[in-house]
Design a protein around this ligand. Sequence first.
Ligand code: PMP
Length: 306
Amino acid sequence: AATDPTDRLIYFKGAFVPACEAKVSVLSPTSQFGLNVFEGIRGYWSADALQLLLFRLPEHIERLFQSCKILGLKCPLGAEELEEKICKTITLNRYQEDVAIRATVFVDEEGSWSSSEPVQVFIAPMPRPRTNIAAIEGKSACISTWKRIDDRTLPPRVKCGANYINGRYAFLEAKRNGFEIPFLLDASGKVSESPGACIFLVRNGELVTPSISNSILESITRDTILRLALDLGIQVRERDVDRSEFYIADEAFVCGTAAEIGPITSVDRLPIGRGKVGPITTSLYEAYLNVVSNANAPYPEWRTPV
Ligand code: PMP
């Protein structure tokens, strides 16, 4: 398998080329203004099935097209073609390990932020192991003084490269102050999300998360966890969340394709629960790893074998 990042093959503008040959102009809108939309997709190697299982691929492609629509970009590939190219990128690299795939639709060639063409696509995989559940530790979070972008300025449900700079400011501030993860509040002061992941908390045995109108990316992992929680008999609520609820929560975690489930054990230096990874977080984590990586797990429609 092409585990060396420099010689892996990526899909780039209609062809499969070594990653080092996939270049864009410094004058392109994607390079200068972050004018691109993308998806981060995970593939989990199933040792039993001897297959790589891509998690919720159709949902990722659908969200990519929604991002394109809102941003006025016409993707040169249809959904089926895109799915086929993503699978072919995996098979060409002969991966037999967990991977992460970046699928990006971008505005190429010399142009400005107002350009809408030419639109091109790249698909880049890289090895990325799943979290070892036995080794997970809680992280420290803080409430950022930066606010999350919102639907009146940069819609957070669009997964656009430029949107990530909002998270960057929050991340830099958190690091300066000795925290690992910032939580951003939305324009009305309710909890929104963290830079690359959605947020959950547990109070009185109930799982709570901000709703899709609290300036969040409509996360596929968030949706997955809401369903898995129901299956485990855990009550779920999507609603406005206040900052101070974290101070009295029993458990908290972030979630995303890259983050998977990331337990949070303190917010603003106040311990969450007993300051340890909690039982609901752990059972959701187990259910999540099962459903992404086990070919015989429930929800077969969530896994595209390659
Ligand atoms: N919010 C933001 C801002 C993100 O970048 C991500 C990662 N894509 C998420 C949430 C989680 O989304 P998903 O579960 O679809 O990966």
